[in-house]
Design a protein around this ligand. Sequence first.
Ligand code: FES
Length: 671
Amino acid sequence: MADDALVIFTPSGKRGRVAKGTAVLQAARSLGVDLDSVCGGRGICSKCQVAPGYGDFSKHGVHVAQDALSDVNAVEARYDRVRGLKPGRRLGCQACIEGDVVIDVPAESQVHKQVIRKSATERVMVMDPATRPYLVEVTQPDMHEPSGDFQRLAQALEREWGITGLGADLAVLRQLQPALRKGNWQVTAAVHDAGQGAELTGLWPGLREAPLYGLAIDLGSTTIAGHLVALDDGRVLVSSGVMNPQIRFGEDLMSRVSYVMMNPGGEVEMTRVVQDAMGTLATTLAEDAGIDPHDIMEATVVCNPVMHHLLLGIDPVELGQAPFALATSDSLNLHARDVGLTTIAPAGRCYILPLIAGHVGADAAAVALSEAPEAREELSLIVDVGTNAEIILGNSKRVLACSSPTGPAFEGAQISSGQRAAPGAIEKIRIDPLTKEPRFCIIGNDHWSDTPEFGTPQITGICGSGIIEAVAEMRMSGICDASGLIGSAAQIGSPRSQPAGRTHEYVIHDARPDGPLITVTQGDIRAIQLAKSALYAGARLLMDEMGVDAVDRVVLAGAFGAHISAKHAMVLGMIPDVPLDQVTSAGNAAGTGAQMALCSCKARRQIEAQVHKIHKIETAIEPKFQEHFVAANALPHATDPFTQLRAIAPLPDVSFNTNGSGDGRRRRKRG
Ligand code: FES
């Protein structure tokens, strides 16, 4: 009888012969099979669970006998008794191969688990985090061979896990001796290695059973969003957001830069408040998830260039003027405390994604990482709308990026009845083209306002997606013309248009005297026109550079992109004309990119390489920007034909005069 046996691992299909008596974990390692282990084969972490198969496997040409694996030993029996193993599962570090066998490695036992990102473009991501836990047995101190506890820990990590050149953060050295003694010389060590050397960043007595955690932060000008992620399988435990407290120094980025210009040293205060807010967010997320914030070992941050500099305590004043020089554009691998993130693990790390250019930040890089336009043949236009719009245009041949100052109108700010997305805000609206009567939905109520189920809720204002729909509906129902002018009551044939100074406003909801009057004013339409012109002009600049007049698909990223109606965005001319089914929402793509960088060192390398290949356009100094901006002022556009849109949406050819007198006239063809 042969003293070796055939072992076949699924789903990898890796196979080979090993000496009988070899532990499954050892066989997996020798064949390069991805089988996890935190305890190093001590039978206590259960990460190495496998599911052996018995019987005939004609596909593999093998018969697996019932005794192909060794009997359950005492360690495994104890684990099963205390913790319980799922039926049919064995501990790979304890079960030994005694005959030909087919062994399945379930997804949760793979080190580099594949996780499917839930987004419009579902993609598989491989878990490859920079920080991983290792259980080790450290040799006890010996007076005759004096050496430091850390040195013996480093030797144990090298001996048991092959980790070489370990360094240690002082914050962990402080915890080292009590942890070793409490764990009776057995400790779980968190080792961070992002390709720049291994560093001990956390330590727990004995086996740490809970996973390590990470924090993906999308640091926006208006809000700071955080996702608490388990670093073993990439699942998001909880997400939350806080307002960026820098808002009090200026709503948009340039006003914050001017604040620094006018108030030397102002950046110090802005750095402090944003760092504090990030720390509070980390604590809140940990509380919500019921974990110790000190178990958060790493954070990744994506942000625009001004936020980047302000977070790092770098004066952003150079970003306020050409040539928009960044202090540094490469990714940064820092200690979390360097960015004031002191509420997570004391030796925790912080990775900041690379910036693309002086106006195109790590948030755009994160969107590029998440959406990967370079992986497609079709030409994708990816738009991340916030206070600034990040725009990426590209395909497998070339990727371009720019940023355009859209201002906060799309978020409902600087709109007379505008408000941020919150319960009570109108988020959807339809206007009857004949009667000009509106009906709408508010956040927190699934029913339309013209149905009995709507009830009598508090209606508080219009949010960003609501104002976009409102202006687009006004255009489609002939309440405003292509130039954006609102017609008078006589011109539109409805008392819903009311005079407001020298212009008119459209009344959506009038609950006076007890409730609000919600209208769309001429000023609101102008604010939306300015914002959408900036967005469209940015996209056109990229299309010029690419030498195209059309794109194949449009991806709307950002929380806002998830709520916006593609048709209404196109009626406004926010985005170029494409078939409606080619407009998709990518959700919070910047946040997803931050999560990817948190879960995968490979993803970090990928975006670090990709940013160097992305061609940047500075909208602020491109002479054609102004030309595109002016042409984009009309609804949907002064010169671009928007033929796909015209086939599906009515765009009445009305024209109103500024004093609002007389009837709305059909526009006469010039010529
Ligand atoms: Fe930890 Fe098997 S490797 S239980």
